[in-house]
Ligand binder design. Sequence first.
Ligand code: DGT
Ligand code: CA
Ligand code: CA
Ligand code: ZN
Length: 581
Amino acid sequence: MPELDNAAIAGTLDTMGDLLEVSGADKFRVLSYHKAAHSIRAWPEPLSRLSAEGRLTDVPGVGKKLAASIAEIFETGTFQEYEELKSTFTPSLAKLMDVPGLGPKRARLLHDALGVCTVEDLERALADGTIAQVPGFKEKTVAAIAANLEHVKKHAERILLMDALPLATGLAEELRALQGVEHAEPAGSIRRWEPTVGDIDVIVASAEPAAVHAQVRKLPLVARVLAGGESKTSVVTTSGRQADIRVVTTEQYGAALQYFTGDKEHNIRLREIAKRRGLKVNEYGVFRVKDDRRVAGRTEESVYAALGMECPPPEIRTNSGEIEAAQEHELPRLVTLGDVRGDLHAHTTSTDAKSTVEENRAMAAELGYEYVAVTDHAYDLRMVKGLSIEQLEEQWAHVDELNAKGGRPHVLKGIELNVGAKGGVDYPDEVLAHFDFCIASIHGGMQQSREALTHRLLTAMENPYVDVIGHCTGRILGRRDPMDLDMEAVLRKAGETGTIMEINAYPDRLDLSAEHIRMARRFGVRFALGTDAHRCEQMRFMQYGVATARRGWVTPGELLNAQPLKVLRRWLKRAALTRMR
Ligand code: DGT
Ligand code: CA
Ligand code: CA
Ligand code: ZN
Protein backbone atom coordinates (compact mmCIF):
# COMPACT_ATOMS: atom_id res chain seq x y z
CA MET A 1 0.00 0.00 0.00
CA PRO A 2 1.46 3.35 -0.92
CA GLU A 3 1.65 6.05 1.74
CA LEU A 4 -1.86 7.36 2.11
CA ASP A 5 -2.78 10.52 0.24
CA ASN A 6 -5.52 12.94 1.24
CA ALA A 7 -8.08 11.25 -0.99
CA ALA A 8 -7.48 7.90 0.68
CA ILE A 9 -7.87 9.38 4.16
CA ALA A 10 -11.02 11.20 3.06
CA GLY A 11 -12.34 7.94 1.63
CA THR A 12 -11.89 6.14 4.93
CA LEU A 13 -13.66 8.94 6.82
CA ASP A 14 -16.55 8.88 4.35
CA THR A 15 -16.87 5.14 4.84
CA MET A 16 -16.84 5.69 8.60
CA GLY A 17 -19.69 8.17 8.16
CA ASP A 18 -21.62 5.65 6.08
CA LEU A 19 -21.00 2.92 8.63
CA LEU A 20 -22.34 5.17 11.37
CA GLU A 21 -25.38 6.01 9.27
CA VAL A 22 -26.15 2.36 8.52
CA SER A 23 -25.85 1.54 12.20
CA GLY A 24 -28.29 4.31 13.05
CA ALA A 25 -25.92 6.80 14.67
CA ASP A 26 -26.73 10.41 15.41
CA LYS A 27 -27.03 12.54 12.22
CA PHE A 28 -24.49 15.12 13.38
CA ARG A 29 -21.88 12.47 14.06
CA VAL A 30 -22.42 11.01 10.62
CA LEU A 31 -22.12 14.46 9.04
CA SER A 32 -18.96 15.36 10.95
CA TYR A 33 -17.06 12.59 9.16
CA HIS A 34 -18.33 13.61 5.73
CA LYS A 35 -17.56 17.28 6.39
CA ALA A 36 -14.02 16.48 7.48
CA ALA A 37 -13.57 14.25 4.40
CA HIS A 38 -14.73 17.12 2.23
CA SER A 39 -12.27 19.65 3.64
CA ILE A 40 -9.43 17.10 3.57
CA ARG A 41 -9.98 16.60 -0.16
CA ALA A 42 -9.73 20.34 -0.66
CA TRP A 43 -6.64 20.83 1.54
CA PRO A 44 -3.54 21.82 -0.47
CA GLU A 45 -0.86 20.07 1.60
CA PRO A 46 -0.43 16.33 2.15
CA LEU A 47 -1.99 15.32 5.45
CA SER A 48 0.99 13.12 6.21
CA ARG A 49 3.04 16.29 6.67
CA LEU A 50 0.40 17.90 8.90
CA SER A 51 0.29 14.73 10.93
CA ALA A 52 4.04 14.58 11.37
CA GLU A 53 4.06 18.22 12.47
CA GLY A 54 1.06 17.82 14.77
CA ARG A 55 -1.03 20.30 12.72
CA LEU A 56 -3.93 18.09 11.65
CA THR A 57 -6.40 20.26 13.53
CA ASP A 58 -5.57 23.10 11.12
CA VAL A 59 -7.97 21.44 8.70
CA PRO A 60 -11.53 22.72 9.16
CA GLY A 61 -13.75 20.04 10.68
CA VAL A 62 -10.83 18.09 12.11
CA GLY A 63 -10.89 18.19 15.89
CA LYS A 64 -8.55 16.58 18.38
CA LYS A 65 -10.30 13.23 18.35
CA LEU A 66 -10.44 12.98 14.57
CA ALA A 67 -6.80 14.07 14.36
CA ALA A 68 -5.88 11.13 16.59
CA SER A 69 -7.87 8.78 14.34
CA ILE A 70 -6.13 10.13 11.24
CA ALA A 71 -2.74 9.71 12.90
CA GLU A 72 -3.74 6.15 13.64
CA ILE A 73 -4.60 5.59 9.97
CA PHE A 74 -1.12 6.74 8.99
CA GLU A 75 0.41 4.36 11.52
CA THR A 76 -1.68 1.25 10.92
CA GLY A 77 -3.81 1.80 7.81
CA THR A 78 -7.03 1.98 9.80
CA PHE A 79 -8.34 3.18 13.16
CA GLN A 80 -9.71 1.30 16.09
CA GLU A 81 -13.12 2.93 16.25
CA TYR A 82 -13.70 2.08 12.61
CA GLU A 83 -12.62 -1.52 13.08
CA GLU A 84 -14.76 -1.85 16.21
CA LEU A 85 -17.81 -0.52 14.42
CA LYS A 86 -17.19 -2.81 11.47
CA SER A 87 -16.91 -5.80 13.78
CA THR A 88 -20.48 -5.21 14.95
CA PHE A 89 -21.66 -6.38 11.53
CA THR A 90 -21.51 -10.05 10.51
CA PRO A 91 -18.13 -10.82 8.96
CA SER A 92 -19.68 -11.53 5.56
CA LEU A 93 -21.57 -8.24 5.54
CA ALA A 94 -18.44 -6.37 6.66
CA LYS A 95 -16.53 -8.00 3.82
CA LEU A 96 -19.27 -6.97 1.41
CA MET A 97 -18.96 -3.36 2.53
CA ASP A 98 -15.28 -3.50 1.75
CA VAL A 99 -15.93 -3.93 -1.96
CA PRO A 100 -14.83 -0.57 -3.36
CA GLY A 101 -17.76 1.18 -4.98
CA LEU A 102 -20.20 -0.57 -2.69
CA GLY A 103 -19.56 0.74 0.83
CA PRO A 104 -21.89 0.42 3.81
CA LYS A 105 -24.80 2.42 2.35
CA ARG A 106 -25.08 0.58 -0.93
CA ALA A 107 -24.40 -2.73 0.83
CA ARG A 108 -27.37 -1.98 3.03
CA LEU A 109 -29.55 -1.13 0.02
CA LEU A 110 -28.64 -4.43 -1.64
CA HIS A 111 -29.26 -6.28 1.56
CA ASP A 112 -32.70 -4.77 2.02
CA ALA A 113 -33.79 -5.04 -1.64
CA LEU A 114 -32.31 -8.40 -2.67
CA GLY A 115 -31.24 -10.08 0.56
CA VAL A 116 -27.58 -9.88 -0.47
CA CYS A 117 -25.46 -10.83 2.56
CA THR A 118 -22.20 -12.18 1.22
CA VAL A 119 -19.73 -11.60 -1.57
CA GLU A 120 -21.12 -14.76 -3.20
CA ASP A 121 -24.66 -13.28 -3.14
CA LEU A 122 -23.28 -10.15 -4.75
CA GLU A 123 -21.65 -12.16 -7.51
CA ARG A 124 -24.97 -13.83 -8.23
CA ALA A 125 -26.84 -10.51 -8.33
CA LEU A 126 -24.23 -9.21 -10.75
CA ALA A 127 -24.35 -12.32 -12.93
CA ASP A 128 -28.15 -12.45 -13.30
CA GLY A 129 -28.55 -8.69 -13.59
CA THR A 130 -30.99 -8.32 -10.67
CA ILE A 131 -28.65 -5.72 -9.20
CA ALA A 132 -29.76 -3.22 -11.89
CA GLN A 133 -33.28 -3.25 -10.42
CA VAL A 134 -32.13 -1.70 -7.17
CA PRO A 135 -32.55 2.10 -7.14
CA GLY A 136 -29.21 3.90 -7.31
CA PHE A 137 -27.38 1.09 -9.10
CA LYS A 138 -26.76 2.67 -12.49
CA GLU A 139 -24.86 0.92 -15.23
CA LYS A 140 -21.57 2.64 -14.43
CA THR A 141 -21.80 1.87 -10.72
CA VAL A 142 -22.55 -1.77 -11.42
CA ALA A 143 -19.59 -2.05 -13.81
CA ALA A 144 -17.25 -0.52 -11.23
CA ILE A 145 -18.47 -2.88 -8.52
CA ALA A 146 -17.98 -5.89 -10.80
CA ALA A 147 -14.42 -4.83 -11.60
CA ASN A 148 -13.53 -4.15 -7.96
CA LEU A 149 -14.99 -7.42 -6.81
CA GLU A 150 -12.33 -9.36 -8.69
CA HIS A 151 -9.65 -7.44 -6.81
CA VAL A 152 -11.29 -7.88 -3.42
CA LYS A 153 -11.74 -11.60 -3.90
CA LYS A 154 -8.05 -11.96 -4.55
CA HIS A 155 -7.18 -10.13 -1.34
CA ALA A 156 -9.92 -11.49 0.88
CA GLU A 157 -8.63 -14.95 0.15
CA ARG A 158 -6.05 -14.86 2.93
CA ILE A 159 -6.65 -14.06 6.59
CA LEU A 160 -4.25 -13.40 9.42
CA LEU A 161 -2.93 -16.39 11.29
CA MET A 162 -4.16 -14.63 14.43
CA ASP A 163 -7.74 -15.03 13.16
CA ALA A 164 -7.32 -18.51 11.68
CA LEU A 165 -5.47 -20.18 14.53
CA PRO A 166 -8.14 -19.92 17.27
CA LEU A 167 -10.74 -21.01 14.74
CA ALA A 168 -8.73 -24.07 13.69
CA THR A 169 -7.91 -24.93 17.30
CA GLY A 170 -11.58 -24.62 18.23
CA LEU A 171 -12.64 -26.79 15.34
CA ALA A 172 -10.05 -29.43 16.24
CA GLU A 173 -11.32 -29.39 19.81
CA GLU A 174 -14.95 -29.87 18.72
CA LEU A 175 -13.82 -32.73 16.49
CA ARG A 176 -11.84 -34.35 19.29
CA ALA A 177 -14.99 -34.43 21.41
CA LEU A 178 -16.89 -36.46 18.78
CA GLN A 179 -17.51 -40.13 19.30
CA GLY A 180 -14.96 -42.37 17.62
CA VAL A 181 -12.36 -39.61 17.12
CA GLU A 182 -8.88 -40.46 18.36
CA HIS A 183 -6.87 -37.46 17.20
CA ALA A 184 -7.64 -34.15 15.52
CA GLU A 185 -5.13 -31.45 14.67
CA PRO A 186 -4.86 -28.44 12.36
CA ALA A 187 -2.52 -28.97 9.41
CA GLY A 188 -1.60 -26.85 6.36
CA SER A 189 -0.33 -23.29 6.61
CA ILE A 190 -1.71 -22.94 10.16
CA ARG A 191 0.47 -25.73 11.49
CA ARG A 192 3.43 -24.13 9.72
CA TRP A 193 2.54 -20.80 11.40
CA GLU A 194 2.41 -18.90 8.11
CA PRO A 195 1.57 -15.23 8.82
CA THR A 196 -1.50 -15.47 6.58
CA VAL A 197 -3.72 -18.41 5.82
CA GLY A 198 -5.81 -19.38 2.79
CA ASP A 199 -8.07 -22.09 4.14
CA ILE A 200 -8.15 -24.14 7.30
CA ASP A 201 -7.14 -27.80 7.18
CA VAL A 202 -7.87 -30.23 10.00
CA ILE A 203 -6.83 -33.88 10.06
CA VAL A 204 -8.83 -36.36 12.09
CA ALA A 205 -8.03 -39.97 13.02
CA SER A 206 -10.90 -42.39 13.53
CA ALA A 207 -11.72 -46.03 12.93
CA GLU A 208 -15.06 -44.99 11.43
CA PRO A 209 -14.51 -42.06 9.07
CA ALA A 210 -18.03 -42.15 7.64
CA ALA A 211 -19.61 -41.75 11.05
CA VAL A 212 -17.33 -38.81 11.82
CA HIS A 213 -18.15 -37.05 8.54
CA ALA A 214 -21.85 -37.42 9.35
CA GLN A 215 -21.32 -35.67 12.69
CA VAL A 216 -19.18 -32.87 11.26
CA ARG A 217 -22.25 -31.26 9.77
CA LYS A 218 -23.69 -30.68 13.22
CA LEU A 219 -20.65 -29.09 14.89
CA PRO A 220 -21.36 -25.72 16.57
CA LEU A 221 -18.61 -24.01 14.54
CA VAL A 222 -19.91 -25.29 11.20
CA ALA A 223 -22.37 -22.99 9.44
CA ARG A 224 -22.68 -24.70 6.09
CA VAL A 225 -21.36 -27.79 4.29
CA LEU A 226 -19.86 -27.04 0.87
CA ALA A 227 -18.99 -30.55 -0.20
CA GLY A 228 -18.89 -33.93 1.43
CA GLY A 229 -16.91 -36.92 0.25
CA GLU A 230 -15.56 -40.15 1.64
CA SER A 231 -12.27 -38.66 2.80
CA LYS A 232 -13.03 -34.96 3.15
CA THR A 233 -15.81 -32.60 4.21
CA SER A 234 -15.44 -28.95 3.18
CA VAL A 235 -17.36 -26.53 5.34
CA VAL A 236 -17.88 -22.84 5.95
CA THR A 237 -17.42 -21.94 9.60
CA THR A 238 -19.72 -19.63 11.54
CA SER A 239 -17.17 -16.85 10.98
CA GLY A 240 -17.33 -17.30 7.22
CA ARG A 241 -14.09 -19.20 6.68
CA GLN A 242 -13.57 -22.32 4.63
CA ALA A 243 -12.23 -25.44 6.32
CA ASP A 244 -11.28 -28.84 4.90
CA ILE A 245 -11.79 -31.66 7.38
CA ARG A 246 -10.10 -34.91 6.40
CA VAL A 247 -10.70 -38.14 8.28
CA VAL A 248 -8.24 -41.05 8.08
CA THR A 249 -7.58 -44.20 10.08
CA THR A 250 -5.23 -44.13 13.04
CA GLU A 251 -2.73 -46.14 10.97
CA GLN A 252 -2.69 -43.38 8.36
CA TYR A 253 -2.80 -40.40 10.70
CA GLY A 254 0.92 -39.49 10.68
CA ALA A 255 1.13 -39.76 6.91
CA ALA A 256 -1.95 -37.60 6.41
CA LEU A 257 -0.74 -35.01 8.90
CA GLN A 258 2.63 -34.89 7.15
CA TYR A 259 1.11 -34.69 3.68
CA PHE A 260 -1.40 -31.97 4.43
CA THR A 261 1.03 -29.93 6.50
CA GLY A 262 3.21 -29.45 3.45
CA ASP A 263 4.32 -27.17 2.23
CA LYS A 264 4.05 -28.28 -1.34
CA GLU A 265 7.76 -27.75 -2.15
CA HIS A 266 8.75 -29.70 0.96
CA ASN A 267 6.45 -32.58 -0.06
CA ILE A 268 7.78 -32.65 -3.60
CA ARG A 269 11.32 -33.06 -2.28
CA LEU A 270 10.19 -35.86 0.03
CA ARG A 271 8.67 -37.76 -2.86
CA GLU A 272 11.93 -37.51 -4.80
CA ILE A 273 13.86 -38.84 -1.82
CA ALA A 274 11.39 -41.69 -1.44
CA LYS A 275 11.70 -42.61 -5.10
CA ARG A 276 15.46 -42.94 -4.86
CA ARG A 277 14.93 -45.40 -1.99
CA GLY A 278 12.39 -47.47 -3.90
CA LEU A 279 9.60 -46.02 -1.79
CA LYS A 280 6.45 -44.01 -2.38
CA VAL A 281 4.87 -41.50 0.05
CA ASN A 282 1.29 -40.30 0.02
CA GLU A 283 -1.39 -39.25 2.49
CA TYR A 284 -1.98 -42.91 3.47
CA GLY A 285 1.57 -43.91 4.32
CA VAL A 286 4.99 -44.87 3.02
CA PHE A 287 5.00 -47.92 0.72
CA ARG A 288 7.61 -50.13 -0.92
CA VAL A 289 7.26 -49.74 -4.68
CA LYS A 290 8.12 -53.35 -5.59
CA ASP A 291 5.37 -55.01 -3.55
CA ASP A 292 3.26 -52.09 -2.25
CA ARG A 293 4.06 -53.11 1.31
CA ARG A 294 3.34 -50.38 3.84
CA VAL A 295 6.42 -49.45 5.87
CA ALA A 296 5.32 -46.36 7.84
CA GLY A 297 2.52 -43.88 8.43
CA ARG A 298 1.13 -44.07 11.95
CA THR A 299 3.21 -41.11 13.13
CA GLU A 300 4.96 -38.29 11.29
CA GLU A 301 8.26 -39.40 12.80
CA SER A 302 7.81 -42.84 11.25
CA VAL A 303 7.27 -41.27 7.82
CA TYR A 304 10.48 -39.25 8.02
CA ALA A 305 12.40 -42.13 9.60
CA ALA A 306 11.45 -44.40 6.69
CA LEU A 307 13.11 -41.83 4.43
CA GLY A 308 16.24 -41.75 6.59
CA MET A 309 15.45 -38.36 8.13
CA GLU A 310 14.72 -36.63 11.38
CA CYS A 311 11.28 -35.02 11.66
CA PRO A 312 11.64 -31.27 11.08
CA PRO A 313 9.36 -28.91 13.04
CA PRO A 314 6.38 -27.85 10.88
CA GLU A 315 7.44 -24.17 10.95
CA ILE A 316 10.52 -24.82 8.81
CA ARG A 317 9.00 -27.19 6.26
CA THR A 318 9.50 -24.88 3.29
CA ASN A 319 12.29 -26.64 1.38
CA SER A 320 14.89 -24.10 2.35
CA GLY A 321 17.54 -26.28 3.91
CA GLU A 322 15.51 -28.26 6.43
CA ILE A 323 15.49 -31.42 4.27
CA GLU A 324 19.29 -31.53 4.10
CA ALA A 325 19.58 -30.78 7.83
CA ALA A 326 17.07 -33.53 8.64
CA GLN A 327 19.03 -35.99 6.48
CA GLU A 328 22.28 -35.08 8.22
CA HIS A 329 20.52 -35.29 11.60
CA GLU A 330 21.57 -31.70 12.19
CA LEU A 331 18.27 -29.93 12.72
CA PRO A 332 18.75 -26.70 14.69
CA ARG A 333 17.52 -26.29 18.28
CA LEU A 334 14.95 -23.59 17.52
CA VAL A 335 13.79 -21.11 20.16
CA THR A 336 10.57 -21.85 22.01
CA LEU A 337 8.16 -19.65 23.94
CA GLY A 338 9.67 -21.13 27.10
CA ASP A 339 13.08 -19.64 26.19
CA VAL A 340 11.71 -16.08 26.16
CA ARG A 341 12.62 -14.23 29.37
CA GLY A 342 10.98 -10.91 28.63
CA ASP A 343 9.15 -8.67 26.20
CA LEU A 344 11.33 -5.98 24.61
CA HIS A 345 8.69 -3.83 22.93
CA ALA A 346 5.65 -2.56 24.84
CA HIS A 347 3.91 0.80 24.99
CA THR A 348 2.07 2.45 27.88
CA THR A 349 -0.57 5.05 28.64
CA SER A 350 2.19 7.68 28.56
CA THR A 351 1.65 7.73 24.78
CA ASP A 352 -0.93 5.88 22.70
CA ALA A 353 -1.38 2.60 24.59
CA LYS A 354 -4.09 1.46 27.00
CA SER A 355 -2.09 -0.12 29.83
CA THR A 356 0.22 1.34 32.46
CA VAL A 357 3.78 0.30 33.26
CA GLU A 358 2.42 -1.57 36.30
CA GLU A 359 -0.13 -3.43 34.19
CA ASN A 360 2.54 -4.43 31.69
CA ARG A 361 4.74 -5.58 34.53
CA ALA A 362 1.91 -7.62 36.07
CA MET A 363 1.31 -9.26 32.72
CA ALA A 364 5.02 -9.96 32.40
CA ALA A 365 4.87 -11.67 35.80
CA GLU A 366 1.90 -13.73 34.66
CA LEU A 367 3.86 -14.81 31.59
CA GLY A 368 6.75 -15.87 33.83
CA TYR A 369 9.17 -13.24 32.54
CA GLU A 370 12.34 -12.07 34.21
CA TYR A 371 12.13 -8.58 32.69
CA VAL A 372 9.95 -6.33 30.56
CA ALA A 373 10.81 -3.16 28.66
CA VAL A 374 8.88 0.10 28.48
CA THR A 375 9.36 1.37 24.94
CA ASP A 376 7.03 4.28 24.40
CA HIS A 377 7.03 6.49 21.33
CA ALA A 378 9.68 9.20 21.24
CA TYR A 379 9.18 12.92 20.86
CA ASP A 380 9.16 13.28 17.08
CA LEU A 381 6.09 11.10 16.64
CA ARG A 382 3.84 14.09 17.25
CA MET A 383 0.66 12.32 16.15
CA VAL A 384 0.66 10.24 19.32
CA LYS A 385 2.35 12.91 21.47
CA GLY A 386 5.69 11.15 21.77
CA LEU A 387 7.44 11.70 25.13
CA SER A 388 9.16 14.97 25.97
CA ILE A 389 12.34 14.93 28.03
CA GLU A 390 10.36 16.01 31.13
CA GLN A 391 7.92 13.16 30.61
CA LEU A 392 10.82 10.76 30.19
CA GLU A 393 12.34 11.88 33.46
CA GLU A 394 9.03 11.22 35.15
CA GLN A 395 8.81 7.77 33.60
CA TRP A 396 12.37 6.94 34.63
CA ALA A 397 11.74 7.99 38.22
CA HIS A 398 8.63 5.85 38.24
CA VAL A 399 10.50 2.85 36.83
CA ASP A 400 13.31 3.33 39.37
CA GLU A 401 10.71 3.22 42.11
CA LEU A 402 9.24 -0.02 40.79
CA ASN A 403 12.66 -1.60 40.46
CA ALA A 404 13.79 -0.32 43.86
CA LYS A 405 11.13 -2.42 45.54
CA GLY A 406 13.14 -5.28 44.12
CA GLY A 407 11.62 -8.46 42.86
CA ARG A 408 10.87 -9.41 39.35
CA PRO A 409 10.07 -8.72 36.56
CA HIS A 410 12.68 -6.02 36.27
CA VAL A 411 11.52 -3.06 34.19
CA LEU A 412 13.96 -1.93 31.50
CA LYS A 413 13.99 1.71 30.45
CA GLY A 414 13.55 1.59 26.71
CA ILE A 415 12.21 3.84 23.99
CA GLU A 416 10.99 3.54 20.41
CA LEU A 417 12.90 6.27 18.61
CA ASN A 418 11.87 7.58 15.22
CA VAL A 419 14.38 7.31 12.42
CA GLY A 420 14.08 10.74 10.83
CA ALA A 421 14.14 11.59 7.14
CA LYS A 422 17.94 11.63 7.17
CA GLY A 423 18.57 8.89 9.72
CA GLY A 424 18.70 11.01 12.88
CA VAL A 425 16.74 10.23 16.06
CA ASP A 426 14.63 12.22 18.50
CA TYR A 427 16.84 13.15 21.46
CA PRO A 428 20.37 14.42 22.09
CA ASP A 429 23.03 11.89 23.13
CA GLU A 430 22.95 12.87 26.82
CA VAL A 431 19.27 11.85 26.94
CA LEU A 432 19.84 8.69 24.90
CA ALA A 433 22.56 7.67 27.35
CA HIS A 434 19.91 7.26 30.09
CA PHE A 435 18.08 4.39 28.43
CA ASP A 436 18.84 0.74 29.11
CA PHE A 437 18.33 0.27 25.39
CA CYS A 438 16.85 2.05 22.37
CA ILE A 439 14.75 0.72 19.52
CA ALA A 440 14.68 2.90 16.41
CA SER A 441 11.89 2.52 13.83
CA ILE A 442 10.76 4.28 10.69
CA HIS A 443 7.26 5.68 11.21
CA GLY A 444 6.90 8.15 8.36
CA GLY A 445 8.21 9.02 4.93
CA MET A 446 7.94 5.39 3.92
CA GLN A 447 7.54 6.39 0.29
CA GLN A 448 11.09 7.67 -0.06
CA SER A 449 13.26 6.02 -2.68
CA ARG A 450 14.93 2.70 -1.98
CA GLU A 451 18.24 4.51 -1.78
CA ALA A 452 17.02 7.13 0.68
CA LEU A 453 15.20 4.64 2.89
CA THR A 454 18.18 2.30 3.01
CA HIS A 455 20.50 5.18 3.78
CA ARG A 456 18.25 6.28 6.66
CA LEU A 457 18.51 2.91 8.32
CA LEU A 458 22.25 2.55 7.71
CA THR A 459 22.78 5.96 9.31
CA ALA A 460 20.61 5.06 12.29
CA MET A 461 22.61 1.88 12.81
CA GLU A 462 25.83 3.87 13.08
CA ASN A 463 24.42 5.68 16.10
CA PRO A 464 26.03 4.03 19.14
CA TYR A 465 22.79 4.49 21.10
CA VAL A 466 20.57 2.66 18.61
CA ASP A 467 20.56 -0.92 19.86
CA VAL A 468 17.63 -2.37 17.94
CA ILE A 469 15.90 -1.61 14.63
CA GLY A 470 12.12 -2.01 15.14
CA HIS A 471 9.68 -3.50 12.58
CA CYS A 472 12.26 -3.00 9.84
CA THR A 473 10.16 -3.10 6.66
CA GLY A 474 7.05 -1.44 8.09
CA ARG A 475 4.73 -3.96 6.46
CA ILE A 476 1.17 -4.36 7.74
CA LEU A 477 -0.14 -7.65 6.43
CA GLY A 478 -3.02 -7.22 4.01
CA ARG A 479 -2.82 -3.43 4.27
CA ARG A 480 0.63 -1.99 3.68
CA ASP A 481 3.45 -3.38 1.58
CA PRO A 482 6.95 -3.50 3.04
CA MET A 483 9.09 -0.44 2.35
CA ASP A 484 11.35 -0.59 -0.65
CA LEU A 485 14.65 -1.35 1.11
CA ASP A 486 17.93 -2.94 0.12
CA MET A 487 17.55 -5.57 2.81
CA GLU A 488 20.86 -7.18 2.09
CA ALA A 489 22.65 -3.87 2.72
CA VAL A 490 20.58 -3.24 5.86
CA LEU A 491 21.18 -6.67 7.34
CA ARG A 492 24.88 -6.69 6.47
CA LYS A 493 25.20 -3.35 8.27
CA ALA A 494 23.37 -4.77 11.27
CA GLY A 495 25.94 -7.54 11.38
CA GLU A 496 28.84 -5.10 11.14
CA THR A 497 27.57 -2.69 13.76
CA GLY A 498 26.20 -5.27 16.18
CA THR A 499 22.74 -3.75 15.75
CA ILE A 500 20.08 -6.18 16.89
CA MET A 501 17.13 -6.69 14.55
CA GLU A 502 13.67 -6.82 16.06
CA ILE A 503 11.27 -9.62 15.26
CA ASN A 504 8.05 -7.73 15.86
CA ALA A 505 5.47 -10.21 17.12
CA TYR A 506 2.39 -8.10 16.46
CA PRO A 507 0.34 -10.52 14.30
CA ASP A 508 -0.21 -8.15 11.38
CA ARG A 509 3.46 -7.13 11.28
CA LEU A 510 5.66 -10.19 11.92
CA ASP A 511 8.52 -8.02 10.73
CA LEU A 512 11.32 -9.18 10.06
CA SER A 513 9.80 -11.94 7.98
CA ALA A 514 11.19 -15.48 8.16
CA GLU A 515 12.99 -14.96 4.85
CA HIS A 516 14.72 -11.81 6.10
CA ILE A 517 15.63 -13.48 9.39
CA ARG A 518 17.37 -16.25 7.48
CA MET A 519 19.24 -13.64 5.44
CA ALA A 520 20.20 -11.76 8.61
CA ARG A 521 21.57 -14.91 10.22
CA ARG A 522 24.05 -15.22 7.37
CA PHE A 523 25.49 -11.86 8.46
CA GLY A 524 25.72 -12.97 12.09
CA VAL A 525 22.87 -10.69 13.20
CA ARG A 526 21.21 -11.18 16.57
CA PHE A 527 17.52 -10.69 17.26
CA ALA A 528 15.11 -9.22 19.82
CA LEU A 529 11.50 -10.34 20.18
CA GLY A 530 8.93 -7.70 21.03
CA THR A 531 5.16 -7.73 20.86
CA ASP A 532 4.66 -3.97 20.29
CA ALA A 533 1.77 -4.38 22.76
CA HIS A 534 -0.55 -1.38 23.02
CA ARG A 535 -2.50 -3.05 25.81
CA CYS A 536 -1.00 -5.53 28.21
CA GLU A 537 -3.00 -8.56 27.01
CA GLN A 538 -1.30 -8.13 23.66
CA MET A 539 1.92 -9.28 25.28
CA ARG A 540 0.44 -12.72 24.61
CA PHE A 541 1.21 -12.14 20.93
CA MET A 542 4.72 -13.36 21.75
CA GLN A 543 3.86 -16.82 20.40
CA TYR A 544 3.50 -15.36 16.89
CA GLY A 545 6.93 -13.77 17.16
CA VAL A 546 8.46 -16.99 18.45
CA ALA A 547 6.92 -18.88 15.52
CA THR A 548 8.38 -16.32 13.11
CA ALA A 549 11.79 -16.64 14.74
CA ARG A 550 11.53 -20.42 14.44
CA ARG A 551 10.57 -20.09 10.78
CA GLY A 552 13.76 -18.07 10.42
CA TRP A 553 15.82 -20.79 12.19
CA VAL A 554 16.67 -18.65 15.23
CA THR A 555 18.32 -20.53 18.11
CA PRO A 556 18.26 -19.34 21.76
CA GLY A 557 21.90 -18.25 21.47
CA GLU A 558 20.96 -15.64 18.85
CA LEU A 559 18.08 -14.09 20.75
CA LEU A 560 18.66 -11.16 23.09
CA ASN A 561 15.62 -11.89 25.22
CA ALA A 562 16.45 -15.54 25.63
CA GLN A 563 19.36 -14.34 27.80
CA PRO A 564 19.28 -13.71 31.55
CA LEU A 565 19.20 -10.01 32.44
CA LYS A 566 22.93 -9.89 33.18
CA VAL A 567 23.86 -11.36 29.82
CA LEU A 568 21.36 -9.10 28.06
CA ARG A 569 23.14 -6.08 29.52
CA ARG A 570 26.51 -7.45 28.47
CA TRP A 571 25.30 -7.98 24.88
CA LEU A 572 23.98 -4.43 24.68
CA LYS A 573 27.19 -2.95 26.02
CA ARG A 574 29.44 -4.91 23.70
CA ALA A 575 27.37 -3.99 20.63
CA ALA A 576 27.47 -0.29 21.54
CA LEU A 577 31.26 -0.46 21.80
CA THR A 578 31.39 -1.97 18.30
CA ARG A 579 29.44 1.00 16.97
CA MET A 580 31.65 3.52 18.74
CA ARG A 581 34.77 2.20 17.08
P1 DGT B 1 -3.07 -22.00 2.40
O1 DGT B 1 -4.28 -22.79 2.65
O2 DGT B 1 -3.06 -21.32 1.08
O3 DGT B 1 -2.76 -21.03 3.48
O4 DGT B 1 -1.81 -22.99 2.35
P2 DGT B 1 -1.74 -24.53 2.68
O5 DGT B 1 -0.30 -24.88 2.73
O6 DGT B 1 -2.56 -24.87 3.85
O7 DGT B 1 -2.30 -25.18 1.35
P3 DGT B 1 -3.59 -26.09 1.05
O8 DGT B 1 -4.67 -25.85 2.02
O9 DGT B 1 -3.89 -25.87 -0.39
O10 DGT B 1 -3.04 -27.56 1.18
C1 DGT B 1 -2.62 -28.11 2.42
C2 DGT B 1 -1.38 -28.92 2.24
O11 DGT B 1 -1.62 -30.02 1.38
C3 DGT B 1 -0.21 -28.20 1.58
O12 DGT B 1 0.55 -27.43 2.47
C4 DGT B 1 0.58 -29.35 1.04
C5 DGT B 1 -0.45 -30.33 0.64
N1 DGT B 1 -0.70 -30.19 -0.80
C6 DGT B 1 -1.64 -29.45 -1.39
N2 DGT B 1 -1.56 -29.57 -2.72
C7 DGT B 1 -0.54 -30.39 -2.97
C8 DGT B 1 0.07 -30.92 -4.15
O13 DGT B 1 -0.34 -30.65 -5.27
N3 DGT B 1 1.12 -31.75 -3.99
C9 DGT B 1 1.58 -32.10 -2.76
N4 DGT B 1 2.62 -32.91 -2.66
N5 DGT B 1 1.06 -31.63 -1.65
C10 DGT B 1 0.01 -30.80 -1.74
CA1 CA C 1 -4.80 -24.51 3.99
CA1 CA D 1 -7.00 -26.84 2.13
ZN1 ZN E 1 5.98 0.25 18.98
